[in-house]
Design a binder for this molecule. Structure first.
Ligand code: ASP
Ligand code: MG
Length: 235
């Protein structure tokens, strides 16, 4: 069976209704005969709210280790909620932290680099017929500490898992329908771009429009991972 990665952004998970809709999209892919692995961002503005909380509690010179431990909790909340929503639909699902999913990083807290992925646990879950829901944006250092992968880092989680599981593609479900020639809300005749090269996406980011985390795009280019941008509001 072909594996696909479906990554949901925070706005697509901002409330329980949206989480249930995202879960339904995961199940729809499974009915199409694919084996989905979900990767989730923290709900809504959770990461920014956690950052504010961190400085309210810890002042200015925050410990990078503790900040990462706090920030990673946002994605863990999404993963557990999504697994609950999938189970409510009768599917077997299991939430996993980055560490449980085998994402090993260096110890550069707040922008750790992924060193390797030990996909054994994920493969066991898939073989048992369960849908893994992986908390994005995080990994674990060789010292056993929780690390985060830079803002937007759930994109990187998704693509490293795509490579490790030899997924046929990596889908990003977001609050936009795709990449447009201009901002559709500002330019009424903006067109949706059907196909775009990795290089063009990198160029867009250099011009100030980061449609996906740059690290994730570069990783996908280097590893030939097909990326698909889709709406999480319209199937
Ligand atoms: N929640 C984190 C952020 O907003 C990671 C992510 O969404 O990819 O940067
Ligand atoms: Mg976010």
């Amino acid at each position: 069976m072909k594996t696909i990665i479906i990554k949901f952004g925070g706005s697509s998970l901002a409330d329980p209704g949206r989480i249930r809709r995202a879960a339904a999209m995961v199940l729809a892919e499974r009915r199409r005969g694919l084996r989905p692995v979900a990767v989730v961002s923290a709900p809504g503005d959770c990461t920014d709210d956690l950052l504010k909380l961190a400085s309210l509690a810890g002042g200015e010179n925050l410990s990078a280790r503790e900040t990462d431990a706090l920030l990673a909790s946002g994605e863990q909340m999404s993963a557990a909620l999504m697994a609950l929503a999938l189970r409510a639909e009768g599917a077997q699902a299991v939430s996993l932290t980055g560490a449980q999913a085998g994402i090993r990083t260096d110890s550069a807290f707040s922008s750790a680099a992924v060193l390797s992925v030990d996909a054994r646990r994920l493969k066991r879950e898939l073989a048992a017929g369960r849908i893994p829901v992986v908390a994005g944006f995080q990994g674990v250092s060789s010292g056993g500490d929780i690390t985060t992968l830079g803002r937007g880092g759930s994109d990187l989680s998704a693509v490293v898992l795509a490579r490790a599981l030899k997924a046929v593609r990596c889908e990003f479900r977001t609050d936009v329908k795709g990449i447009y020639t201009a901002h559709p809300a500002i330019v009424p005749d903006a067109r949706k771009i059907r196909n775009i090269s990795y290089g063009e996406v990198v160029a867009l980011a250099e011009l100030g429009t980061e449609v996906r985390q740059l690290r994730a795009v570069n990783y996908s280019a280097a590893n030939g991972i097909p990326l698909q941008l889709r709406s999480s509001f319209h199937d």
